[in-house]
Design a protein around this ligand. Structure first.
Ligand SMILES: [Zn+2]
Length: 252
C-alpha cells in the first residue's frame, strides 16, 4: 500500500499494527559516472519491488530524498540536511506516525550518511515514549541485512558497499542504463581505514579525489539485476518479521 495514494479516512481505518515504512535516501554526488539521484533511484526501485510483494500488509510512505550528505558538500550536485536537522526531521516523521496511531514504524535507508541519524531517531523516540510497550521502532540500511552477493556471482569483487562503486553502478545499469556515464576506465579507490575497528571521522574528499569509493569498473547490468533481487528478498523477509511480530517479545 502506498500512503500517498490513500485517503485520510482509509489511513485512519488501517489496523494500528500495520507497519509503516519511511524510505530514506539522498541526492548527492556519485562520482563522474552516476547521477546524483543514485541513492534515491535504487531505494525507490527496491521499495517498488518490495511493496508489490507485500501488497496490503505494509504501508509505504513516499521516499524522503533529502538526506544527511554534508560529508559530500565539497562536490557539486549535493543537497543536504545537516545532521541535527535531519535527526529532527526523522523524529518528526516517526512522531507523526505515532500520533496517527501507528505502532510499527520503520526507516528503510539507502544512504550511508543517514545511518547514524536514523538509528538515533529511533532511540530518541523510544525514550520519549518510554511508557509505551506496544511500539516497534526500527531502522535498517538495505545493504546491512546480511546479503552476500558474491556467493551467487563469483565475479563480484566488492565485499561491502562502497560509493558509486561496483554495486551501485551495477544497480543503476540495471534500472536506468541511460544515466550511467563511462565507468569502464575508472581506477579503483580502496575504502581504506587503518584505524579499524575504531571510528575516524571523515569527509568524502579525505578518502577519494574522484568522488567514488570501490571498484566501479567491475560493474555490469547482470550484477545489478542480481543485487536488486537479493536486496529485495532480504527486505521482504525482514519486513515479514515486522508484520508477524507477536507484539510482546523482545526476540520476536
Ligand atoms: Zn550511493
Amino acid at each position: 500500500m502506498q500512503f500517498a495514494e490513500l485517503s485520510a479516512p482509509r489511513i485512519r481505518a488501517l489496523a494500528p499494527d500495520t507497519p509503516i515504512v519511511f524510505p530514506i535516501a539522498a541526492i548527492e554526488q556519485h562520482g563522474p559516472h552516476l547521477p546524483v539521484w543514485t541513492d534515491s533511484l535504487i531505494t525507490s526501485k527496491l521499495m517498488e519491488s518490495v511493496s508489490e510483494r507485500l501488497k496490503d500488509q505494509v504501508l509505504f510512505a513516499p521516499l524522503m530524498w533529502l538526506g544527511n550528505s554534508h560529508h559530500h558538500l565539497d562536490f557539486s550536485g549535493t543537497l543536504s540536511s545537516s545532521p541535527r536537522n535531519y535527526l529532527d526531521l526523522l523524529c518528526d516523521l516517526m512522531e507523526n506516525a505515532i500520533s496517527q496511531g501507528f505502532r510499527r514504524i520503520v526507516f528503510i535507508n539507502g544512504h550511508g550518511g543517514n545511518d547514524v541519524p536514523a538509528k538515533q531517531a529511533t532511540f530518541e523516540i523510544r525514550q520519549k515514549y518510554a511508557s509505551r510497550s506496544d511500539l516497534l521502532l526500527l531502522m535498517t540500511t538495505y545493504w546491512g541485512l546480511g546479503v552476500e552477493p558474491w556467493r551467487e556471482d563469483a565475479s563480484i569483487v566488492q565485499r561491502e558497499m562502497g560509493h558509486a562503486c561496483e554495486w551501485e553502478t551495477s544497480m543503476v545499469l540495471s534500472i536506468r542504463p541511460d544515466l550511467v556515464g563511462d565507468y569502464k576506465e575508472l581506477i579503483p579507490v580502496d575504502p581504506g581505514n587503518p584505524f579499524r575497528p575504531g571510528v575516524r571521522a571523515w569527509k568524502t574528499a579525505d578518502r577519494t579525489a574522484p568522488g567514488y569509493i570501490g571498484v566501479p569498473d567491475a560493474a555490469s547490468r547482470s550484477k545489478g539485476d542480481l543485487l536488486l533481487r537479493l536486496f529485495s528478498d532480504a527486505l521482504v523477509s525482514w519486513l515479514e518479521r515486522v508484520v508477524h511480530w507477536d507484539g510482546q517479545s523482545w526476540d520476536g
